[in-house]
Design a protein around this ligand. Sequence first.
Ligand code: 6PG
Length: 246
Amino acid sequence: MAAEIKVVPDNTLNSEAAQEFQRAAQSAVAGQGRFAVALSGGNTPRAVFSLLAQQHSADLPWDRIHIFFGDERYVPPDHPESNYRMANEALLSRVRIPAENVHRFRTELDPESAAKDYETQLQTFFREPGQSPPRFDLVMLGLGEDGHTASLFPGTSAPNETTRFVVAVWVEKFKMFRLTLTLPVLNHSAEVLFLAAGPSKAGILKEVLSRPAAALPAQKVQPTGGRLLWLVDQSAARLLQVRSQV
Ligand code: 6PG
């Protein structure tokens, strides 16, 4: 399925993303009684999560929503750099979601054990037959200026993993382990929503969306039976040849 690119005015990206989340959640719950979503980390989604808490705390079926994480920094869950902590502060602590519906990486384990533990959490929840990857209803992803997404960093083994669903990877530039879902999982999703905002992403966004060879990790995200939507603001899209859609 070809990627969709939606360019929106800078100050509307967060609300557009929150509406995409709401739409996907309501559709999944209506269709199969639950919504399984993997959240992205970093800075971009924080404001989206806050909007979801402010504007959708009452109109989303939080008891049917299961929150996972696309990746995690190998830090304690209360560490300032933790993606779980960010999502918990911005969203999860502000909506009535059962604690058992939040599936975080257990970074209190060693990196490899945490990766294996998360893979077990996925297999227990999704119960896919055989070795089929879990199928998220929605995976939210960001775009790093080096073309990484989740914690699939160029120059590491993580983007080349074709068997495991979760890996721990040492990222030299951060001098830190990261934990991440792998491409077999991302590309088995029903929907992938990339968010890119701000002028600092303009160069990498153009490279990712216009360079034909899928060399960068973000380019390797091509859901085989799912929707791929790039929701970007005008500042990030200023080097693209597409007009704002709203
Ligand atoms: C992380 C994210 C990472 C992020 C990009 C963009 O753990 O940092 O998963 O992939 O989405 O680095 O980050 P910003 O939104 O902060 O630019």
